[in-house]
Write a protein that binds this ligand. Structure first.
Ligand code: 13P
Ligand code: SF4
Length: 361
């Protein structure tokens, strides 16, 4: 199959084969865009079958990737669980580099591909394994919890991982197990501050930030409330605590999606990355989405074209030093082995404990 959009024709056969997807996406993709996307979607789905490959697509992928070629879609926790279960020979990570590393750590015998090697993350870049070793020297006897948005080297230095979906549960479980009343939670300062407001466990935090979520302010939310008084406002826990305090609900990307699908609000605002609302909106035609979003430049590096290229050329393979992978796997597996969180993080819990602060390293 040749490279390049111009080589893929929008034939009647392709139109027919992709018509169900078009029906789902037509409110968010223009007919002109569909003529470009549909042939690539058909080619990628054929390549997946031929090569026994699966695509793990994060909620921040654009709709043509998320709905068009994603075999497993969801938040960081859901994708890690799917990677662990998959029996495909090849995993293509439609997400960022730390997610692909997590898949490789969980599936050392599979080929894990990332369509663009530069798809990074400001949180993962904020801390190194050496930083974690120094922190452990400074706080001996305290467990280290790291957000999955970290490199495999960093995960290898830590006791257990967490995601935004289970951070409170992980912090409380590890504190119980170690018999301590303080836990080190790295590297997202805002996630740590939001967790601290929902637990009695003391939190020691690092000053990493998500460059997408740190840009939202409480003033933005209050302006939205004034303009859209009926709207439910859902915010991601990587946002500053002041943002969550004036929102209606806080949760991971999967929790936000579940909220919309289950509660079916008339109008909703998702305080997170832009593609999230597009993807949920394709499945929730009766909800109106107000869209004050911020783009993640790293997530947006992944395109249908480079997913296709990844499958054709087996590029770019993600490797993790086996000695590092064994230790990182233990930290991720401890998280996966915990039962799924019963109730996602909720605004009323956060507000009730708004006085609780973290110790910033
Ligand atoms: P979740 O999908 O786990 O909520 O994380 C959001 C995120 O920023 C991933 O990069
Ligand atoms: Fe990293 Fe934030 Fe982008 Fe997620 S949205 S990949 S946390 S920079």
């Amino acid at each position: 199959m040749p490279d390049g959009f111009s080589d893929f024709e929008f034939t009647p056969a392709i139109e027919g084969a992709t018509s169900a997807l078009w029906d789902k996406m037509k409110s968010h993709v223009t007919p002109l865009e569909w003529r470009v996307h549909a042939p690539l979607i058909a080619a990628i789905n054929e390549l997946k079958r031929a090569k026994n490959a699966v695509i793990l697509a994060h909620n921040y992928m654009t709709p043509e990737i998320f709905h068009g070629v994603g075999d497993y879609v969801g938040d960081s926790l859901g994708l890690a669980r799917e990677a662990a279960k998959s029996d495909a020979a090849i995993i293509v990570q439609a997400g960022v580099h730390f997610m692909a590393e997590t898949s490789k750590v969980l599936c050392p015998d599979k080929t894990v591909l990332i369509p663009d090697r530069e798809a990074g993350c400001s949180l993962a870049a904020s801390i190194t394994a050496k930083d974690v070793r120094l922190i452990k020297q400074r706080y001996p006897g305290l467990p280290v919890v790291t957000y999955v948005n970290t490199t495999a080297d960093v995960k290898a230095e830590t006791d257990i991982c967490c995601t935004s979906a289970n951070a409170v549960q992980v912090v409380e479980a590890v504190a119980r197990e170690w018999g301590v009343d303080r836990v080190i939670l790295l590297p997202d300062e805002f996630l740590a501050r939001n967790v601290a407001r929902q637990t009695d466990i003391g939190i020691i935090a690092w000053a990493g930030r998500c460059e997408v979520h740190e840009r939202f302010t409480a003033a933005d939310i209050l302006e939205l409330r004034a303009a859209y008084p009926q709207a439910q406002i859902l915010a991601h826990p990587e946002c500053p605590a002041e943002v969550l305090e004036v929102s209606d609900f806080a949760g991971s990307t999967a929790a936000m999606s579940e909220f919309v699908m289950q509660k079916k609000p008339k109008q909703v605002v998702l305080i997170t990355e832009c593609s999230m609302a597009d993807n949920v909106a394709c499945d929730a035609p009766d909800t109106e989405f107000v869209r004050p979003c911020n783009l993640c430049p790293h997530m947006k590096r992944i395109t249908l074209q480079n997913i296709y290229d990844a499958l054709v050329r087996d590029q770019f393979e993600v490797t993790v030093d086996p000695a590092v992978a064994v230790r990182a796997r233990a930290a991720v597996q401890r998280m996966i082995d915990l039962p799924p969180p019963a109730v996602p993080a909720r605004y009323d819990l956060i507000k009730a404990r708004r006085h609780v602060d973290v110790e910033l390293i």
